[in-house]
Design a protein around this ligand. Sequence first.
Ligand SMILES: *Cc1c(COP(=O)(O)O)cnc(C)c1O
Length: 228
Amino acid sequence: MNRKIEIRNNLENVKERIAVAAQKAQRDLADITLVVVTKTFEVGDLEILYALGEREFGENRDQEASKKAEQLPEDINWHFQGQIQSNKLKSICKWADFIHSVDQFKYAKIISDQCQIKPMSIFLQVSLDSPVESRGGIDPIKLENLASEISELPGVSIAGLMAVAPLGIEADQAFKRVQMIHSNFKHKFPQAKLLSAGMSGDFETALLYGATHLRIGSSILGNRYLSE
Ligand SMILES: *Cc1c(COP(=O)(O)O)cnc(C)c1O
């Protein structure tokens, strides 16, 4: 099938599923942002998505994403959602509009140093794994302390929380827990309204439990053949 038609159909299908899930959850569609996870896919696919009206793209690798950002129009919001490495952060700050995976103060400090002119919106990644923090993300117990420290930094704005459902646990259970963590968190950090949760396999469940940013790749673009 023609790639353009394939992407258009998949995108329509995902959006329809989001609309159905939003209705079920009695959520306003305007509060839900679809981030199309374009990592490993070529610029041509992103151009197709752009022509279809998509403006939120998610990437995991600095080198790949900075090249894509150079080749595509300016009005795209780029979301970095991969594992952070200190030595890549300076470059990430040049192209990213949102960083979803901040889980340590030292990363926020680097972002702060890079983003004095235009503050960076970040999500704090919460670990739902056991053992906790085994795959990135901060232990929920340490979350408020981390956020308080980061709040003191100029150039960084905590937009919300991010989570990935652990393997081998019902998404339902995982996202219910995230919703609770987020709801407590918002009492202390009321500006942190966003919740980045849900991928191709579980976005409808995430939506039910308050996700505002769905990070969806393979349901729209197909299987990735390269590792992320
Ligand atoms: C790759 C990735 C996604 C998208 O996953 P799909 O299953 O392809 O939708 C979402 N979030 C993160 C953090 C990812 O690394």
